[in-house]
Write a protein that binds this ligand. Structure first.
Ligand code: 1QQ
Length: 418
């Protein structure tokens, strides 16, 4: 025991020398600090000892910018996970506390790259992030090159797990989720024949999701009447909604992010469109409600999470979410980010039982953690999940929700239809 303690003290001293002893910080040094610290290379973490103190996991999501409409829900999920996973009986990783380091990516690729770089330089064992696929295609390659495992909490575009060996996701891809919304729309209105589609052409997720929507429309034998493009920075959709209404659709499908997508739906309704609307994953937040107000009512959105999932971890998660926010139903992005942190912590617990964490240098630990993550099965708020060898999530159940706005159009909720 004394020998082990001496080993821990030595390990902690080494970690302090290398990492500047910033274990007590919950916010990594980003921006300029990350740039001057240099880009982590393939030998990142080599020879760097894992300290006997907290295990650090990085959270690199959009806390600011328009994308924070989505990213803020992820921060809440991560914080709830940190709290629950540090409780008895497991108290973090078999008694060693788990500490999350947050790094705001903002809404673009540069922000995501800098934030990932900062987290890697701070010595995190793995990263949950970024918010957008558009950011993941840029930042994940850096983490992969440095041998740092990444779990994408909300990266649903085609090709994310294939970025590299260290990249996996807890966010099911557009190919499995998006078609469910079309099927639900056809249940609500079997007379649908003509469909209009709009998508943000400057966003990787939206471009990927619309391909799936368009293929589904054709597969169902429907008429793809018109395809309209926009930018996530657009606020005026007059030309697109005029063209859409002119094509006389009975269903409009929007793939964009919350601000642009919400505005497009509002302008579409203002122009008099009365048919069904499907919103893609970028509209999958109650933060879209202040954007489209009463016009959000009725939007169909496929879901990778249901608050009704019946397992002990989801019950704890839903309770903690209600206590922290006063709201009853955690949103999908909150649940997925919780699941990302949980997967890392569950995998670390298993790994630590076969090979003590402090016996490995950081590079070895990151690599062993990646292998352990991919080989496990996890009871999460998303249900039972696992991964294929490429890091694609294996998840059993998906859902479709419809937005119900209150009469004043100020507040609303997602009502699950299945
Ligand atoms: C992606 C997404 C976003 C809309 C989630 C926030 O699914 O970028 O892949």
């Amino acid at each position: 025991m004394a020998g082990r303690r001496a080993h821990l003290i030595l390990a902690l001293a080494c970690a302090c020398l290398v990492a500047g002893c910033r274990v007590s910080s919950s916010r990594a040094q980003g921006g300029q600090a990350a740039k001057t610290a240099g880009q982590p290379g393939a030998d990142a973490g080599a020879g760097q000892q894992v300290s006997g103190d907290a295990v650090r996991i990085g959270i690199g999501v959009a806390e600011t910018s328009n994308v924070a409409l989505l990213g803020q829900e992820e921060v809440i999920g991560a914080r709830i996970a940190e709290q629950i996973l540090n409780e008895p009986p497991d108290r973090g990783v078999n008694g060693r506390p788990v500490r999350l380091l947050f790094q705001d990516t903002g809404g673009d690729e540069i922000g995501a790259i800098n934030s990932f770089q900062a987290l890697i330089n701070e010595g995190v064992v793995g990263i949950v992030g970024p918010t957008l696929s558009q950011q993941a295609f840029a930042a994940d390659t850096r983490a992969d090159a440095a041998g740092v495992p990444v779990l994408g909490p909300s990266n649903t575009a085609k090709g994310i797990p294939q970025i590299g060996k260290f990249i996996a996701r807890v966010s099911a891809g557009v190919d499995v989720v998006a078609p469910l919304a079309v099927e639900q729309a056809l249940k609500l209105n079997p007379a649908i024949e003509r469909v209009a589609v709009a998508f943000a052409q400057n966003d990787a997720f939206s471009a990927s999701e619309t391909k799936i929507f368009q293929a589904t429309v054709k597969k169902k034998g429907l008429d793809l009447a018109i395809v309209q493009r926009f930018q996530t920075s657009d606020t005026d959709f007059t030309s697109q909604v005029t063209n859409i209404v002119g094509s006389r659709p009975q269903l409009v499908i929007v793939s964009g992010l919350a601000a642009d997508g919400g505005n497009l739906v509002r302008q579409l309704r203002e122009l008099g469109y009365k048919g069904l609307v499907i919103g893609g994953n970028g509209l999958n937040t109650t933060n879209v409600m202040p954007v489209c107000g009463r016009f959000c009512d009725g939007i169909l959105i496929a879901q990778a999470y249901s608050p009704a999932v019946d397992n002990p971890m989801n019950k704890k998660f839903v309770d903690a979410y209600a206590k922290q926010t006063g709201r009853q139903q955690p949103p999908q992005f909150t649940a997925q980010t919780f699941a990302g942190v949980q997967v890392f912590v569950d995998a670390l617990r298993r790994l630590d039982k076969t090979k003590r964490l402090e016996s490995m240098d950081l590079k070895t630990l990151r690599s062993a953690l990646n292998d352990t993550v991919l080989s496990g099965t996890y009871e999460t708020p998303l249900g039972t999940i696992g991964f294929d060898p490429e890091g694609e999530i294996k998840q059993q159940k998906f859902y479709v929700a419809q937005i119900k706005m209150e009469p004043g159009g100020r507040a609303g909720r997602f009502e699950l239809l299945n």
